[in-house]
Design a protein around this ligand. Structure first.
Ligand code: G6P
Length: 368
């Protein structure tokens, strides 16, 4: 199998490096230079999306984090209320279905038992339509949904999901724009975001060029037992995904918090033994985030900040800053995920764990 890994030591690293290409492939045929194409979601889409008043997203694991990012987009751009829930919770509770709700399942494999069970329940419960975002053609999820957007990530072998996540985000953003157009998103705003999507593959490549520096940074995590990841707004799910990656492959306990919640608990844990990782794009929350960072530093915590070069976060004692390219706030979650993937990859390599097949985990959880 090493032949399939090509020049890479692990499938995970190969898959991280494939992201510029597969994100582009997921856009192909679905967007022009300035707009989302009508046929992006299939021929029936316009009918089914018309009058959607609510979106219910269901997924597990990394796919759930993609759904959490999408909620910010759907509410901001389409103005449609959106709920997100892990499938294993949703399927076992009584839920109230609002009228004209679109049921959206996100799954790399299309075979996750809980996600499929939730979809089957939803179909009986009377949702308007079921849309799947999936990476495996012909999977159960694809066969059983009314609408499908295939991510073009290609086979993902590493158990820790990387390229599936960033292509899910790409597909979700395209879906959001299609829904937003039906809900009156101005043409200029659609054009601005589509242009930003076209820049993502290049920006991801720029982040990949920081690999050496991130490998260097990873040494600080090797002998740690706990870590904290912080983000605000649509970067909170990115922090969750960064923490999940570190847990999955390096077995370091990692927790993610919305930065504004810091003083409601996790700050009590911060000391020099607890590295704090923060994603800080240059959005309207950056100033608030900076004051959260000060709170950590005042308690002797060591900070690792991935920040937009325009965000003006300065390196200092106890603050390591990695400058990332300037990105549009809407597409920032896609780009900011990549350095966190690389960070956990390098920590795991240093610790000597089985990166592609971490203990106790499966690529696809097809039984409960
Ligand atoms: C497992 C995998 C994760 C994945 C999750 C959901 O836990 O290890 O990487 O995110 O299942 O899988 P799905 O195929 O539904 O996206």
């Amino acid at each position: 199998d090493s032949a399939d890994k090509g020049e890479y030591r692990h499938f995970m690293l190969k898959e991280i490096y494939e992201q510029p290409r597969v994100i582009k492939a997921t856009m192909e045929g679905r967007v022009t230079n300035t707009r989302v194409l009508e046929q992006a979601l299939g021929t029936d889409a316009e009918n089914l999306l018309e009058n959607v008043r609510h979106v219910q997203i269901i997924a597990c694991g990394t796919s759930y984090h993609a759904g959490m990012v999408a909620r910010y987009w759907i509410e901001e751009l389409a103005g449609v209320p959106c709920s997100v829930e892990v499938a294993s919770e949703f399927r076992y509770r009584k839920h109230v279905i609002q009228q004209d709700t679109l049921f959206l399942c996100i799954s790399q494999s299309g075979e996750t038992a809980d996600t499929l069970a939730a979809l089957r329940q939803a179909k009986k419960a009377g949702f308007r339509a079921a849309l799947a975002i999936c990476n495996v053609p012909g999977s159960s999820l694809v066969r059983e949904s009314d609408l499908v957007i295939m991510t073009q990530a290609g086979p993902e072998i590493g158990v820790a999901s990387t390229k599936a996540f960033t292509t899910q985000l790409t597909a979700l953003l395209i879906f959001t724009l299609a829904l937003a157009r039906q809900n009156g998103l101005p043409e200029e705003q659609e054009a601005e975001i589509v242009k930003a999507i076209h820049l993502v593959p290049g920006q991801v490549s720029d982040v990949l060029a920081l690999d050496g520096e991130i490998a260097e940074m990873s040494k600080a995590f090797m002998d740690k037992h706990h870590s904290l990841f912080l983000g605000r707004g649509s970067q909170f799910p990115v922090a969750l995904e960064g923490a999940l990656k570190l847990k999955e492959i390096s077995y370091i306990h990692a927790e993610a918090y919305p930065a504004g919640e810091l003083k409601h608990g996790p700050l009590a844990l911060v000391d020099s033994e607890m590295p704090v990782v923060t994603v800080a794009p240059n959005n309207d929350l950056v100033e608030k985030l900076k004051s959260n960072l000060e709170e950590v530093r005042a308690r002797g915590g060591e900070l690792f900040v991935f920040a937009d070069k325009m965000a003006n976060v300065k390196p200092d004692e106890g603050i390591h800053v990695m400058q990332l390219p300037s990105v549009h706030p809407i597409t920032a979650p896609i780009v900011y995920t990549v350095p966190l993937q690389l960070l956990s990859y390098h920590v795991a390599v240093l610790k000597g764990t089985d990166v592609d097949q971490p203990r106790n985990l499966a690529k696809s959880v097809t039984v409960e």
